[in-house]
Design a protein around this ligand. Structure first.
Ligand code: HEC
Ligand code: HEC
Length: 297
């Protein structure tokens, strides 16, 4: 009797979910060989924790995905936002681990308390949804972005913020997509300092984030592209960064496929650090009265 219950249970378990399992190893870019048992563990983790949003087929259309803004990633596209690698390159396993273990704050993508083995396995399983990028012979993942050491450190935080404010509004013009956090008078003075003349005209949407088209398509149509709103740092949660250092590396790498550029090479490393202190200063105003100091119309 006991045995037949056992057999029955076993039968139930092996019928639940689809029972196709990997029989063979896969080789991903960078000549990374992943044995079948790892892929099978990855699939099991995926079905348990990730499928509800990312979908059984990996297309981002799971039952819990409805109405989620942003939508869960469609893994079939093989495009990822938050690697810390040169813009547009494939993320490393380290990147996936950080994303899965830290989550993306302010989105439905929570942090997952799963073991390192499970994290590694599910990462490999996710790759199987996009063979066109991962199973390419001679392909490789991106090289992690590098930055010179923080030249300011906490000791010179105030001067970093002051410098960062100028980098933000003049050198990098972050407000062309995000918004400005200084008055028109101050912006005009800065322009005089940098370009020799005051400003008499201002963009109408200077103080609003501007929706940007992206390279991410919706699960049901490869023609319909998603649009993303650049965050207002004093209002929205920042997905992949909380410390100055996190922000600096994020700026260096950009947010792949969203219009948020990779700033490495475009501006100097010390300028990336300065603007990161400034962004952190703005982020720390979230939910506080002092936010009003940087709100203009
Ligand atoms: C409750 C819904 C939900 C669940 C469950 C979920 N995710 Fe996500 N996931 C999201 C959303 C939403 C995004 C997109 C965030 C964005 O675009 O900023 C995302 C994005 C991702 C990304 C892409 C990151 C990038 O750089 O583009 C990865 C990888 C990922 N999830 C892995 C997982 C794994 C692994 C699991 C299971 C352990 C999981 N997710 C479970 C909602 C979810
Ligand atoms: C061409 C448009 C554009 C420009 C210019 C731009 N950004 Fe962005 N930025 C975006 C978009 C779009 C997003 C949102 C991406 C998403 O939905 O995940 C973003 C996101 C971010 C994030 C959040 C990343 C996260 O983890 O959530 C930070 C920080 C950021 N930008 C800082 C900057 C700074 C600082 C500058 C100037 C040095 C700048 N951006 C210039 C479009 C831009």
């Amino acid at each position: 009797m006991k045995i037949s219950i056992f057999v029955f249970l076993f039968f139930l378990i092996s019928c639940s979910g689809d029972n196709e399992s990997f029989k063979q190893a896969k080789v991903f870019v960078g000549n990374q060989k992943v044995p079948a048992h790892v892929l099978n563990l990855g699939k099991q983790v995926y079905l348990e924790y990730c499928m509800a949003c990312h979908g059984r087929e990996g297309d981002g259309n799971g039952p819990a995905a409805k109405g989620s803004i942003p939508a869960p990633r469609n893994f079939k596209q093989g495009l990822y936002k938050f690697g810390l690698v040169a813009d547009g390159e494939l993320p490393t396993d380290e990147d996936f681990k950080r994303i899965i273990k830290h989550g993306l704050s302010g989105t439905a993508m929570l942090k997952w308390d799963i073991s390192d083995d499970q994290t590694y396995a599910v990462t490999q399983y996710i790759k199987t949804f996009a063979p066109q990028v991962w199973e390419v012979k001679d392909g490789s993942v991106g090289k992690p972005v590098e930055l010179e050491e923080d030249p300011f450190t906490i000791a010179r935080k105030e001067s970093a913020i002051a410098k960062g404010k100028e980098v933000y509004h003049m050198l990098a013009n972050c407000q062309t997509c995000h918004k400005a956090y200084i008055s028109k008078d101050e912006l005009s003075l800065l322009n005089e300092k940098y370009n020799g003349e005051p400003l008499d005209e201002f963009d109408e949407d200077l103080y609003q984030p501007k929706l940007q088209v992206s390279e991410y398509y919706f699960y049901d149509s490869e023609e319909r592209m998603m649009k993303f709103l650049p965050p207002d740092f004093t209002w929205h949660k920042i997905r992949s960064a909380s410390s100055v250092e996190d922000i600096a590396y994020r700026l260096a790498a950009g947010v792949t496929g969203t219009g948020m550029p990779a700033w490495k090479e475009t501006i100097a490393d010390h300028e990336i650090w300065a603007v990161s202190y400034y962004v952190k200063y703005l982020m720390d105003m979230r939910g506080k009265e002092e936010r009003k100091k940087v709100l203009f119309k």
